[in-house]
Design a protein around this ligand. Structure first.
Ligand SMILES: Cc1cc2nc3c(=O)[nH]c(=O)nc-3n(C[C@H](O)[C@H](O)[C@H](O)COP(=O)(O)OP(=O)(O)OC[C@H]3O[C@@H](n4cnc5c(N)ncnc54)[C@H](O)[C@@H]3O)c2cc1C
Length: 470
C-alpha cells in the first residue's frame, strides 16, 4: 500500500524544504523527496558555501591591508585546504539544520530519486529500493545544475563547474572565468583576492549584465584596479585542455582571435533546469526549454502539480524559490479547504538580487534604462560612498547608491548599489517596493547615523536635487 500524503515535495532545496515546512505548519501531511543532500544547491553547493569562501577571502584582503588601519600583520598566508574545509563545514552545519527542521515539523523524508507516475503519484528509488507515494498535491522543486558549453566540458581537473571551483584541489595560478553573472564574478573575486591571476570573459558588452549599466561600469573599473583582466563583448571559441593547463582561443570585441594560456577554467554560463526524466512530459506539463510555466501561485497546467524555484521562470535565486514555496503551500492549503490562509501572488519585480564580490553589488526593481524603456519619465539620484562618514571610517569609500523613481507619481521603481555591505542594505528598498513607497515617505524616514544606510536617504534626496552631503 502506497504512503498517502496531502502534499509531496520533490526536491529539498530552499524552494522545496521551505514549501514542506509551510505545508506542515498549515496542518498538511507532508513528505519530501531528495536524491542528494537536504537543503539542495543553496546550502550545500551554492549560496552558503560560496559566502563562506568569500568571507575567508575578505579577511585575507583586510589582513593584506592591515597597514591602512594602523595595524601590522606579518607573514600573512592562506591555506586553501583549510579555507575549503571551513566552507564545507558551514554547508554541513546547515544541511544538518534542515534535517532537524524536517524532524521538528514531522515531515517524512524519503531519500532517493523521485519520478512522477501520474497526477498524485510518485515513485522514489533509493538505497532501500523503490517505493510508491501518493498525494493530493505534488510540488516539483528539482532545481537546476550548471549549464555547460559543448567545447568546454568540465573535467574537475582543468575545467571546473561551480562544484569543482568550490572544492579546488589546488590554487589556480592563471584562471579563466567564462561568464560574468553573479556566480562567475563571485568566483573571480574569490580567486583574485586569494592571489590568482584572473581573466573574465563576457559575451555581453558589460559585466553583471542584468544590473544597472552604471553599476556594471563601476564594478569593471574596480575589478581591473584589483588586477583582473576583463574582456567584454568577447567569447571563448575553444579550449585545448592539456595535463598541465588549458589553451583558450578568445574572440575579442574587434573580431580578432587571441590565444591565452590558463592553469584552470571556470565555466559559469548559466543554469539548466532539472526537469528531464521526472515524468513531466507524460503528464503533459507545459515547459519552455525545460522551464516550467506556472501562474503567480505556482500552479502548472496540470491540476494538483505545482512547480517552484529554479525550474520556473527567473530570477534563479534562493529567496525567490523559498517565497514561491510558501505561496504554493498556502495556495494548496486553501484549495484543501483552509479558509484562514490568504496566499498573495508572486511579484517578480520586487525580488532583490545580490552579488557578493568585492565590492558587493545589490539591486531591486527596474534599472534606469529599463524604466525608460518601459515608458516611465524617470527621476534618478546617485550618492557616492565617499560622501558617507561611516564608509570613510570603515575604509570602504568605494561605491554608490542609485535610486530610480517614476517622475510623475514618485513611486520607487528600483534601487542599485555597489560597495561594502550593500547586500545587507538592499532589503530596505525591497520593503519599500512591497509597500509601494514614494519619494516622500523615503525622505520622511529617519536613518540612523553613522550608517551606510544614510546613503539610501541621500540618493533619494539626490533624485530631487536635495542631497545634503555632496
Ligand atoms: C555557486 C552558486 C552560488 C549561488 N549563490 C546564490 C546566492 O548568493 N543567493 C541566491 O539567492 N542564490 C544563489 N544561488 C542560486 C541558488 O542556489 C538557487 O537559486 C536555489 O538553490 C534554487 O533552489 P531550488 O529549491 O529551486 O533548487 P535546488 O537548490 O537546486 O534544489 C533542488 C533539489 O532537488 C533535488 N532533486 C533534483 N531532482 C530530483 C529527483 N528527481 N528526485 C529527488 N531529488 C531531486 C536536487 O538533488 C536538489 O537537492 C547560487 C547558486 C550557485 C550554483
Amino acid at each position: 500500500m502506497a504512503d498517502q500524503y496531502d502534499v509531496i515535495v520533490l526536491g529539498s532545496g530552499p524552494g522545496g524544504y521551505v514549501a514542506a515546512i509551510r505545508c506542515a505548519q498549515l496542518g498538511l501531511k507532508t513528505a519530501i523527496v531528495e536524491r542528494e543532500n537536504l537543503g539542495g544547491i543553496c546550502l550545500n553547493w551554492g549560496c552558503i558555501p560560496t559566502k563562506a569562501l568569500l568571507r575567508s577571502a575578505e579577511i585575507f584582503h583586510y589582513m593584506n591591508h592591515a597597514k591602512d588601519y594602523g595595524l601590522a600583520a606579518e607573514k600573512i598566508s592562506a591555506d586553501l585546504n583549510a579555507v575549503v574545509a571551513r566552507s564545507r563545514g558551514v554547508a554541513k552545519q546547515l544541511n544538518q539544520g534542515v534535517t532537524h527542521l524536517m524532524k521538528k515539523n514531522k515531515i517524512a523524508v524519503h531519500m532517493g530519486t523521485g519520478v512522477l507516475k501520474g497526477a498524485g503519484k510518485l515513485e522514489v528509488t533509493g538505497d532501500k529500493g523503490t517505493e510508491s507515494l501518493n498525494a493530493k498535491h505534488i510540488i516539483v522543486a528539482t532545481g537546476a545544475r550548471a549549464r555547460d558549453l559543448p567545447f568546454a566540458k568540465a573535467d574537475g581537473e582543468r575545467v571546473w563547474t561551480y562544484r569543482h571551483a568550490m572544492t579546488p584541489k589546488e590554487m589556480p595560478g592563471k584562471l579563466l572565468v567564462i561568464g560574468s553573472g553573479a556566480i562567475g564574478i563571485e568566483f573571480a573575486s574569490f580567486y583574485n583576492d586569494m592571489g590568482a591571476d584572473v581573466t573574465v570573459v563576457e559575451m555581453m558588452d558589460r559585466i553583471v549584465p542584468v544590473e544597472d549599466a552604471d553599476v556594471s561600469a563601476f564594478l569593471e573599473k574596480a575589478l581591473r584596479k584589483q588586477g583582473m583582466t576583463i574582456l567584454t563583448g568577447a567569447g571563448v571559441e575553444s579550449l585545448d585542455v592539456g595535463k598541465t593547463g588549458v589553451k583558450a582561443k578568445i574572440k575579442g570585441k574587434d573580431g580578432k582571435i587571441v590565444e591565452g594560456d590558463f592553469s584552470h577554467v571556470i565555466v559559469a554560463v548559466g543554469i539548466a533546469p532539472n526537469t528531464e526524466n521526472i515524468g513531466l512530459e507524460a503528464l503533459g506539463i507545459k515547459a519552455d526549454r525545460g522551464i516550467i510555466a506556472i501562474d503567480d501561485y505556482g500552479r502548472t497546467n496540470v491540476k494538483g502539480v505545482w512547480a517552484i524555484g529554479d525550474i520556473t521562470p527567473g530570477p534563479w535565486l534562493a529567496h525567490k524559490a523559498s517565497h514561491e514555496g510558501v505561496i504554493a503551500a498556502e495556495s494548496i492549503a486553501k484549495e484543501l479547504g483552509n479558509k484562514d490562509v490568504h496566499p498573495h501572488a508572486m511579484d517578480r519585480r520586487n525580488i532583490p538580487g545580490c552579488t557578493y564580490c568585492h565590492p558587493q553589488v545589490a539591486s531591486v526593481g527596474l534599472t534606469e534604462a529599463k524604466a525608460k524603456e518601459e515608458g516611465y519619465a524617470v527621476k534618478a539620484g546617485t550618492f557616492p560612498f565617499i560622501g558617507n562618514g561611516k564608509a570613510i571610517a570603515l575604509g570602504e569609500a568605494e561605491g554608490f547608491i542609485k535610486t530610480v523613481f517614476d517622475a510623475k507619481t514618485g513611486e520607487l521603481l528600483g534601487a542599485h548599489m555597489i560597495g561594502a555591505e550593500v547586500t545587507e542594505l538592499i532589503q530596505g528598498y525591497a520593503v519599500g517596493k512591497t509597500l509601494e513607497t514614494t519619494e516622500a515617505e523615503l525622505m520622511a524616514t529617519v536613518f540612523p547615523h553613522p550608517t551606510l544606510s544614510e546613503m539610501m536617504h541621500e540618493s533619494v534626496l539626490a533624485a530631487y536635487g536635495r542631497a545634503l552631503h555632496i
